[in-house]
Design a protein around this ligand. Structure first.
Ligand code: G3P
Ligand code: CA
Length: 269
């Protein structure tokens, strides 16, 4: 198991496989987790939403059209929103052929299935609560699944789990429900607002095109919810030269569809 803080003592930012190693396997599937592990990548990002009957599932869009065959299987169910399908219905869908027919057996995983696979590989998890405004109570439910699967014990909380969202309300709720969980706020808040977010978050996670050396330094200058400088994990960087550029800005982590490319941008010798 790697050190909890892969950046400590190194100039190389932590590398996080975005939706799994999503350049090489269908995003947010167990295959994408396996592919990240195969590449030797420790951190995996995902997106969590909720079905009609209350199951948490891992899928990015609020509808199932782009990443499954839902239109073929359920032609009369437009607009094919995740929240309008039961877990059993979603489990029938092919979540891989859109990417490559070789992945026709891939399914939209439940959160439980996803975290169990991440655990199997001893990886770390950057969990995004997606569209929380559509799913009241999803923060509590996410923590319950994590707890049931053993993710809220000491080793995981010591740098192996971060819960993030674009919604500051959702991040604050996670922090209030379990102050031990490390959290991240997605987006690029104004520097003047960082202090109030720092009360409940440990990271500010912006798109790479929106940041600079000076912005990253301003974030690092503020103490986060756990008493350490706020960190920056930036997204979505898929080539070596941009990876080196944002590393030069001082970011702590790079979220990428091509984790091998980003890792290899920073030779260890
Ligand atoms: O983790 C950062 C990134 O995933 C945020 O954007 O749209 O890919 O969820 P998105
Ligand atoms: Ca995401």
């Amino acid at each position: 198991v790697p050190a909890p803080d892969a950046r400590a003592g190194s100039d190389r930012p932590t590398v996080i496989a975005h939706r799994g190693a999503s350049a090489y396997a269908p995003e947010n599937t167990l295959d994408a987790v396996d592919k990240a592990a195969e590449l030797g990548v420790d951190w995996v990002e995902n997106d969590v939403q909720r079905t009609k009957d209350g199951e948490l599932v891992v899928v990015h869009d609020d509808n199932l059209r782009r990443t499954t065959d839902v239109e073929e299987v359920f032609p009369d169910r437009a607009p094919w929103k995740v929240k309008d399908f039961t877990a059993a219905e979603i489990a029938r869908l092919d979540a891989g052929s859109w990417f490559d027919p070789a992945y026709a057996d891939a399914r939209v995983p439940t959160l439980k299935q996803f975290v169990d696979r991440v655990e199997l590989h001893h990886q770390e998890l950057l969990l995004e609560i997606k569209n929380p405004e559509l799913y009241p109570g999803i923060e509590q439910q996410t923590l319950k699944v994590l707890d049931n699967e053993g993710w809220l014990d000491g080793p995981h909380l010591d740098g192996r789990l971060i819960v993030q969202s674009f919604s500051a309300d959702s991040v604050r709720t996670v922090h209030e429900l379990n102050p031990g969980v490390k959290t991240g706020l997605l987006g690029t808040p104004a520097v003047a607002d960082l202090g109030r977010y720092a009360a409940f978050t440990d990271q500010i996670n912006p798109s790479y095109g929106s940041i600079s050396t000076s912005y990253v330094a301003s974030v690092h200058a503020i103490e986060g919810a756990h008493g350490r400088p706020l960190e920056v994990f930036t997204w979505t960087v898929n080539d070596a030269s941009t990876a080196r550029l944002v590393a030069g800005y001082g970011v702590d982590g790079i979220i990428t569809n091509t984790p091998d490319v980003v890792r290899d941008a920073f030779p260890t010798e």
